[in-house]
Write a protein that binds this ligand. Structure first.
Ligand code: XUL
Ligand code: CO
Length: 439
């Protein structure tokens, strides 16, 4: 396909005073922040499904986005035209990674064999375009939720044939991810959950889910796929209860079934808020448990209770996310994948660039603020001081496991008074704002 995004050149960094909507104001790929460049810290990725497949349909209305690549009618030709446009977009945007579901890049055939054949044809094209542009695959995954066969779930379906079909689909998706050098493989639990407990054998469904993941781990070993396995928690939608509810729930599941050594988490901002947590909470909880793997960068709407998958522009949230990521020593094989879509009414082609630029700038600014905040050590010093009672005396003995209830009772009986100090929340929030305003 010839050039699609006509009139858009490579997006350049123009600095914070620029008012050009098609330029970066903060994301300056080669600028050093600490000992790494912005590009190395942020590892941005474009989500194929939102940016190249979505047409703006919602439950109340049809698509509003008429993309040039969607005008090609034969299924494989359509998929190829879309992929060429995708690589043109990513090259112009300067994003070095992308992510896809198997069915985003190639059409579903009449049979599994035909779907696999379509996928192979598109993977050949992807390989060429990746080589030509230097763009890499952050992660691959399988779409186990769209087709009607997955009505009751995939690995947690009541129907063993569906379990088998899903396994075959993931087997192929793993092969393809390996072939394209994917650095991770993601399991988001599509319809792995329930609508009503009245028809659900939750115990069998969870056991089967674990069996499925063990099979994936075994197969990855067999074919030599060494990428990181990631689970992406989400509490609800499409089912009313998704088994991968949040980081804490998934950790408990992985540990119960001896899967914890093989998986980390892919944390999505809007999924965190659906679970009643902040984005920072989920990143923090994953970090302190050594399972912060990758991020689906987006944001929800404060007033809506569903997964709106908006472009992340909230600086407060991107700053606190980057604070956790820096404290994690970075995302390693993970990245910041824009699992985000422009609004239904933002249907012009340029909106795709503008939306991503807004998200990239918001994370670049968040990175700069978080770096300064960490360099200053102000929050860490206050936290250290807050817990100082555990560094000596009875606190130290508790931490070292030297005392039990009897010794503590004896100690408490001798206590004259207990002195608490302020939690200083407002002071800390003001410190955060200071760095947000002055970075
Ligand atoms: C759905 C979602 C998915 C996963 C990949 O809410 O986030 O797109 O990121 O399957
Ligand atoms: Co996601």
């Amino acid at each position: 396909m010839s050039e699609v995004f006509k009139g858009v050149n490579k997006i350049e960094y123009e600095g914070r005073t620029s008012r050009n909507p098609l330029a970066f104001k903060h994301y300056n790929p080669q600028e050093l922040v600490g000992d790494k460049t912005m590009e190395e810290h942020l590892r941005f990725s474009v989500a194929y499904w939102h940016t190249f497949n979505a047409v703006g349909a919602d439950p109340f209305g049809a698509g509003t986005m008429f993309r040039p690549w969607d005008q090609v009618s034969d299924p494989l030709g359509h998929a190829k035209a879309r992929m060429e446009a995708a690589f043109e977009f990513m090259s112009k945007l300067g994003v070095k990674y992308f992510c896809f579901h198997d069915r985003d890049i190639a059409p579903e055939g009449a049979t599994l064999a035909e779907s696999n054949k379509y996928l192979d044809a598109i993977v050949d094209l992807a390989k060429d375009l990746m080589k030509e542009t230097g763009i890499k695959l952050l992660w691959g995954t399988a779409n186990l939720f769209n087709h009607p066969r997955y009505v009751h779930g995939a690995a947690t379906s009541n129907n063993a044939d569906v379990f088998a079909y899903a396994a075959a689909q993931v087997k192929k998706a793993l092969e393809v991810t390996k072939e394209l050098g994917g650095e991770n493989y993601v399991f988001w639990g599509g319809r792995e959950g329930y609508e009503t407990l009245l028809n659900t054998n939750m115990s069998l469904e969870l056991d089967n889910f674990a069996r499925f993941l063990h099979m994936a781990v075994d197969y990855a070993k067999e074919i030599g796929f060494t990428g990181q396995f990631l689970i992406e928690p989400k509490p609800k939608e499409p089912t009313k209860h998704q088994y991968d509810f949040d980081v804490a729930t998934v950790l408990g599941f992985l540990r119960k079934y001896d899967l914890d050594q093989y998986f980390k988490m892919n944390i999505e901002a809007n999924h965190a808020t659906l679970a009643g947590h902040t984005f920072q909470h989920e990143l923090h909880y994953a970090r302190i448990n050594g399972v912060l793997g990758s991020v689906d960068a987006n944001q929800g709407d404060m007033l809506l209770g569903w997964d709106t998958d908006q472009m992340p522009t909230d600086l407060y949230s991107t700053t606190l996310a980057m604070y956790e990521i820096l404290k994690n020593g970075g995302l390693h094989s993970g990245g910041l994948n824009f699992d985000a879509k422009v609004r239904r009414a933002s249907f012009e082609l340029n909106d795709l660039f503008i939306g991503h630029i807004a998200g990239m700038d918001a994370f670049a600014y968040g990175l700069k603020v978080a770096h300064k905040l960490l360099e200053s050590g102000e929050l860490e010093d206050i936290i250290a001081e807050r817990y100082a009672s555990f560094n000596s005396g009875i606190g130290e003995q508790i931490v070292q496991g030297k005392v039990g209830f009897k010794e503590l009772e004896a100690y408490a009986l001798e206590l004259k008074e207990i002195n608490n100090t302020s939690g200083r929340q407002e002071e800390l929030e003001a410190i955060l704002n200071h760095y947000l305003i002055n970075s």
